[in-house]
Design a protein around this ligand. Sequence first.
Ligand code: GLN
Length: 314
Amino acid sequence: MQKLTEEYLEDAIEDSKPYASSGKVNMDLPNFDETMKDLLGVTIITNEGESLSAGDHHHYIPMQSTSKIIGLMLALQDFGKDRVFQTVGMEPMGDFFNSISQLESYDTSKPFNPMINAGAIATAALIKGKSVENRFNRYFDFLKKITNNNELQMSEEVYQAERANSARNRSLAYFMQSTGTLVTSVDDALELYFRMNSVMMCSEDFARVGAFLARGGMTSESEERLIPPHHLRTVKAIMMTSGMYNSSGHYAVEAGFPCKSGVSGSIIGAIPGRMGVGVIGPAISPKGNSTAGGALIKKLSQDLELNMFGVENT
Ligand code: GLN
């Protein structure tokens, strides 16, 4: 097995970079342009607390859909599994992450799963709080604890762009209002969802979320469990089956551990009992996953023997 060192991670980055050419940078995001295409950064945080980084790991990008796993954790914390999965399904979906037609094809009263846009909007609506502000602050405080980073910022610019480009998400939310799926108003659900998407993180922050999942709800700094491990089992299972959208099957086979991507090119990976991985690589595939980041995740899985279903030598 390859030894995990920063030199190895630098080499893995160089090997994976060419895959960026098959992706496109999401120009809807502020300050995202072609010059970002070749950015690739990675951080790995082991369960022992060791942190190793390589490439463009200092670069901050919006969380985008990686926020969906934090939203799911809070909803599970607030309402428990049974109630959450009355609102949203737990089945993978073969359509694109912002699909409208899927809302009528599985169960008209719930989206397929919490990792697609409709499912995440419905799940965000469940997060408890008196106001959008209050609910976002709960989300943000939880995220700051998980990442052990009090300096995290929500980008006003990204948030405004989310609002300006919201026609598709708005239509998903209105449909879910019509079926009684949304437990808040359309505006409240979306306002929270847009803010959640707009928090800026670097690969170390993403890796910390992965490490938190890998360590069963504890950060490496404190031995305090922020959320019961049974909720994290649910989150990791849903990441495995749906976290990479309609490429989730591919990643289950080729990486073999739970991952969640965002259209900013972020990926969070969790290898239970071993480590968390955070990747940033803004060139994404039509399905919304970082192309170079995805290649890197698969390479790490092979070289470091991270596949939960078994590795070559066993
Ligand atoms: N802001 C994006 C949206 O809501 C996030 C989706 C994603 O990262 N896949 O469409």
